[in-house]
Design a protein around this ligand. Sequence first.
Ligand SMILES: NC(=O)C1=CN([C@@H]2O[C@H](COP(=O)(O)OP(=O)(O)OC[C@H]3O[C@@H](n4cnc5c(N)ncnc54)[C@H](O)[C@@H]3O)[C@@H](O)[C@H]2O)C=CC1
Ligand SMILES: O=C([O-])CC(=O)C(=O)O
Length: 328
Amino acid sequence: MAKAPLRVAVTGAAGQIGYSLLFRIANGDMLGKDQPVILQLLEIPDEKAQKALSGVMMEIDDCAFPLLAGMTAHSDPMTAFKDIDYAVLVGARPRGPGMERKDLLSANAQIFTAQGKALNAVAKRTVKTLVVGNPANTNAYIAMKSAPDLPAKNFTAMLRLDHNRALSQLAAKTGKAVADIEKLIVWGNHSPTMYPDYRFAMIGGQSVKQMINDEEWNKNTFLPTVGKRGAAIIDARGLSSAASAANAAIDHIHDWHCGTNGKWVTMGIPSDGSYDIPKDVMYGFPVTCENGEYKIVQGLEVDAFSRERMNFTLNELTEEQEGVKHLL
Ligand SMILES: NC(=O)C1=CN([C@@H]2O[C@H](COP(=O)(O)OP(=O)(O)OC[C@H]3O[C@@H](n4cnc5c(N)ncnc54)[C@H](O)[C@@H]3O)[C@@H](O)[C@H]2O)C=CC1
Ligand SMILES: O=C([O-])CC(=O)C(=O)O
């Protein structure tokens, strides 16, 4: 018997990431090739944005996706989020050259209080939310705190782009296939303070750390390359990353929904206190997913260098949280 459709809301649907994301959701890349979807698309109540959205929807229609069971346009989160199973919160201002993502906090924070409240009011009680709009971790924290009737664990932030960037750097360094790299982690904030950590990574049963055996490369090349990749893309393209961000959003929700078969992936999630990260801080952790639930990989050793890096990115998140206290 055919599955019942799942309702997916996407905000910022007429933006650059939206343009790469919506077609793939409708094609079944996110929730599975046998899972019909209904798209509930939100844009700002502005004539130009709504008109652009109607154009994107015409193109989606023109793809005649067999899994697309319905699609609606909205300018109010209270209608866009009605009865949804998944929310992909992309809509927010992107940064330009010379900015850090946290510089967007004052511009974007209010969006996530309003959207958190709307999710709280009208979404399914089981709704799962991914925040992409920057600064993603703190925006996810704001949305979570603005939705007290929903399970906090169902609010997540996107660290998957950082995870994928780190995978690709490691594949290039070792000359091995991306698909063969396992047990990589990106701890912390989606910002240059993040800590991509390959101490436990393996390729075909061999330790990646031993294969590379170059701490200087780790500290002075790998960490800054992954941490500053977003800025490098802005510098090269004049616009922030879009297709790779959409791809990471697809990977994040795909793995949460369909499971990872024991494979580790990185998700920004509210801490449960693991690894001495204070409860509720929206922090990148290694997780495995099964039956629609993620579980933090436990018992990993934290050496002195790692603790310092994990605290550095934690301190930034704590400061960001302090900065939005008045909104919550
Ligand atoms: N977490 C991550 O790894 C990444 C996050 N981003 C972030 O994603 C966000 C979106 O990026 P782009 O699509 O490139 O930007 P964009 O400017 O092309 O599109 C954003 C869209 O959101 C809409 N929007 C703004 N406020 C809204 C609201 N309250 N409700 C609904 N829609 C709203 C705008 O009208 C616009 O169409 C930015 O904040 C960017 O920094 C981008 C790349 C990676
Ligand atoms: O760097 C930006 O502003 C966009 C983004 O989050 C990324 O590409 O990682």
